[in-house]
Design a protein around this ligand. Sequence first.
Ligand code: UTP
Length: 220
Amino acid sequence: MEDVVISLGGSLVNPGGIDENFLQGFSEMINSLIDKYRFVIVVGGGKLARDYIEIARKRGESEYNLDLIGIMATRINALLVKSYIKNARYAQDLKEITNGNVVMGGTVPGHTTDAVSLLAAELLGVKRVINATTVDGVYDKDPKVNKDARLIKDIRYADLLGMFYLNSSGAGPNQVLDFLSIKIAERSGIEIMVINGRDIDNFKKAIEGDDFRGTRVCGP
Ligand code: UTP
């Protein structure tokens, strides 16, 4: 059975309150494929993480402690997602993901759940990760500010990494993917499929290897 690693953006689960509608649609789609694939789903922190981190930062907490808060948020979301997936198990550590359907959050301070999903793929020898977010993929410019922003269908690791340097704020291309995640993908040749998780039919297409709307990040 093929292993499928998914990074599920926290803002899909908790955009500012729990999106039960999304969780229902997402889990129905995953549960319909559960006899065909083994899923490792890494869940992000969403608004829950951002709210707690913002206040704690104002209180002067260290970045390390803010990351610990973020990790707790991702784990709460992961436990909730787990309750929707058939026969799934919650895992706290990457060492626990080698069998069964697994849902997990973050692991240690210093990175994001996107990076965790790439590390999971490395560990399992999986060559693609589905990165589900609330935007359609990677754009050549910030689509919120530029009306003529174009969705990029395919991009090489090196070109995407280059976009980080071009951006004066230091933040990545619309911050869809972080620098470390792309570096991990690059060193192991893992394709990242960035999609809008709210489009469940498209999500399914990406899992099944069909043509999908979104961005493929891969090697030359
Ligand atoms: P997310 O993975 O949700 O980060 O983890 P993000 O990129 O800010 O959120 P999305 O993808 O846009 O929804 C939330 C926070 O938890 C900490 C980091 O502080 C991160 O910003 N975290 C998460 C870790 O320190 N380690 C982890 O393994 C995961």
